[in-house]
Design a protein around this ligand. Structure first.
Ligand code: ZN
Length: 113
């Protein structure tokens, strides 16, 4: 499952940061995930909780902010909101839309104590 390796990757970064700061535990992790990143949010939450069990982030609250997707419609020659990677342009219905943002996933903030 692709969400499990994502969760493990996130936890590795979170733990590395927490250790560098000599934290006792991680209280909150805030992630930003683009709407076009092909990440199942609920699956990621589940995997994060499972993978965090024996880490400094075992009791951390996971907050996920979904960033909207945007694309560039070739026909309208305009930027447009994009709900999914294969979605048509909401203005003209064309599928010639290049995704320009919303594919990213990053750790926005980590709270430790
Ligand atoms: Zn269009």
């Amino acid at each position: 499952m692709h969400e499990m390796s994502l969760a493990e990757g996130i936890l590795r970064q979170v733990e590395a940061t927490a250790r560098r700061e000599a934290a006792r535990r991680v209280t909150r992790v805030i992630l930003e995930i683009g709407a076009l990143a092909s990440v199942e949010i609920e699956a990621l939450r589940f995997c994060f909780d499972a993978a965090a069990r024996d880490t400094l982030a075992a009791t951390a609250q996971l907050e996920i902010r979904v960033l909207p997707g945007r694309g560039w419609c070739m026909l309208c020659a305009q930027s447009t909101p994009l709900a999914a990677l294969a979605a048509p342009c909401p203005r003209c219905g064309s599928f010639q839309v290049q995704p320009v943002s919303g594919m990213e996933m990053r750790i926005k903030e980590i709270e430790i104590e």
